[in-house]
Design a protein around this ligand. Sequence first.
Ligand SMILES: CC(C)(COP(=O)(O)OP(=O)(O)OC[C@H]1O[C@@H](n2cnc3c(N)ncnc32)[C@H](O)[C@@H]1OP(=O)(O)O)[C@@H](O)C(=O)NCCC(=O)NCCS
Length: 178
Amino acid sequence: MHIQTPRLELREYTLDDIPPLHVLLSTPSVARYQTWEPRTLAQTEAVVQEIVENQDSMPRKHFELAVTHNGTFIGSVGAKVKNRQASLWYSFMPASQGKGFATEAVAAFILLLGDVTLEIECDPRNTGSWKLAERLGFTKVRFTEKDFECKGEWVDSLVYQKYAFQDGLQTIMEEADS
Ligand SMILES: CC(C)(COP(=O)(O)OP(=O)(O)OC[C@H]1O[C@@H](n2cnc3c(N)ncnc32)[C@H](O)[C@@H]1OP(=O)(O)O)[C@@H](O)C(=O)NCCC(=O)NCCS
């Protein structure tokens, strides 16, 4: 899998990505609203090993692509697909946030996932995450107070959804109407 966007390249991980991914996954602000603590190097190695193993599974249910800008690793986008429902995740290096890179990468990535309902779950305090969902046209479908216990606290949860081909279908329907 390989995607080129105006500014970014999304490509399959290799074991060479362990050092840059580890910088990302060991950053406290990146882990803050995720279910995991900043990763140790051994944990990042296991993560990349699993990502690489999943690349060959058929049918493929786990997708995770490295995002690069001018050849430099800046973030990661992923999805788990089950029963035509895709749960999405994304993380970007702090220095590469606030530039629209995450929106550009996720928008391209979801087109690869086919005929699925896309879902983003996030902590409501994770403003960057829910703003990204709204920027991509996702609809807020659920808010659950104190949804689950995570890293020693009860956290609220926001769920956003979007049908993958929503925009495309709208365009087709608008063209058919005119
Ligand atoms: C969630 C996350 C990926 C969002 O990153 P982000 O940089 O805010 O999102 P984008 O790349 O789409 O950038 C949007 C921002 O860039 C600005 N921007 C600047 N240039 C832009 C451009 N050319 N195009 C679009 N937006 C641009 C936008 O105005 C927006 O700013 P705002 O949030 O102040 O309104 C990031 O916060 C992150 O990695 N967090 C840690 C991991 C995490 O929590 N993941 C989600 C778990 S649920």
